[in-house]
Design a protein around this ligand. Structure first.
Ligand SMILES: CSC[C@H]1O[C@H](OP(=O)(O)O)[C@H](O)[C@@H]1O
Ligand code: ADE
Length: 322
């Protein structure tokens, strides 16, 4: 008698693969964009970006609900950039209220090929002082109660987030930040807390013991959802404070964060322009562009039409509708 796992591996998966093979062959390769369109999610203190030519605010609706704001779309050095203020203009939306599914969905609908996040972070390490720019490459997700997937009953998918950021875009972000005058550290683990209160001292000390390097409230589920949407994602964290673990140092307060963001603001804005200038002409495909090819599980005749309709932008390439 086969157990469930053996049954899936030996019976169900081969059938699904046969059913899907025509569709997958049709959409691989050519359908992956060859021009860069860069989505920029701006965090605390970043509600617009500099250097956008012919920029306009464009409302984009999503079947996943209300996004944080309209999209600011324009060009920098010839490349299309699509900016979204994560907390909305005027910082209306707190970390737990951000509709990350709608945000990622509208960036996908706007044709973004890659997404970068610019975020304020607290430091859990002596050697990452306020003012440092950290290109984060791992996360410990301690958020609770946020919608963390586009998929579910009626269309099941399991993408890998073992390597949750795009190494190519992370390297380009690091270079661009250095060119913009930033003091950059590459690599680091970001503890994503629910907030909105900052951590207790005991939590902060615990996160240090866990090996986490920086802390914030917003990178998850954003990074997970970007992967499900086949969008290579990279994050530049701007260290604003030492949280509350350090002896003799005042614990973090919002005014400290804002003051440090103001001090770093020009570098953050120049960084986007430097990134635009350094993008290679023509975009080579990334493995993340096709992440869903090995992730979708549900047989075509078992899919929920309502969920499939909401997934139109997310699964368009994988299911060959474009
Ligand atoms: C204003 S301090 C706390 C706030 O700032 C960070 O937001 P973002 O990542 O969008 O820059 C942090 O995650 C908190 O949401
Ligand atoms: N210390 C901190 N904790 C959580 N989010 C932050 N954002 C900036 N600093 C932070």
């Amino acid at each position: 008698m086969l157990n469930l796992f053996q049954h899936l591996r030996t019976q169900t998966l081969p059938i699904l693969r046969r059913q899907c093979s025509w569709t997958l062959k049709q959409v691989q390769g050519d359908d992956v964009a060859s021009e860069w369109v860069i989505g920029v999610i701006g965090g605390s203190g970043l509600y617009d970006i500099d250097g956008l030519e012919d920029a306009e605010w464009v409302p984009v609706a999503s079947p996943w609900g209300e996004p944080s704001d309209q999209l600011r779309i324009g060009r920098i050095a010839g490349t299309k950039f699509v900016f979204l203020p994560r907390h909305g203009r005027g910082h209306r939306i707190g970390p737990s209220g951000i509709n990350a599914r709608a945000n990622i969905d509208i960036l996908k609908r706007a044709g973004c090929t890659d997404v970068i996040s610019l975020s304020a972070i607290g430091s859990l390490r002596e050697e990452l002082p306020p003012g440092k720019f950290v290109v984060v490459d791992q996360f410990v997700d301690r958020t609770v109660g946020r919608e963390r997937s586009f998929f579910g009953n009626g269309m099941v998918a399991h993408v890998s987030v073992a390597e949750p950021v795009c190494p190519r875009m992370s390297a380009m972000l690091a270079d661009a930040a250095r060119k913009a005058g930033g003091d950059v550290h590459e690599g680091g683990t970001y503890l994503v807390m629910e907030g909105p209160q900052f951590s207790t001292r005991a939590e902060s000390l615990l996160y240090r013991q866990w090996g986490c390097d920086v802390i914030g409230m917003t990178a998850m589920p954003e990074a997970r959802l970007a992967r499900e949407a086949e969008l290579p994602y990279a994050i530049m964290g701007m260290v604003t404070d030492y949280d509350c673990w350090r002896d003799g140092e005042a614990h973090v307060e919002v005014d400290t964060v804002i003051a440090q963001l103001m001090a770093n603001g020009d570098i953050a804005k120049r960084l986007v322009v430097e990134l635009a200038r350094s993008l290679p002409p023509g975009r080579e495909a990334s493995p993340i562009d096709t992440a869903l090819d090995v992730a979708l599980m549900t047989a075509p005749d078992k899919r929920d039409p309502q969920l499939m309709a909401r997934l139109d932008a997310i699964t368009a390439r994988a299911l060959g509708k474009r």
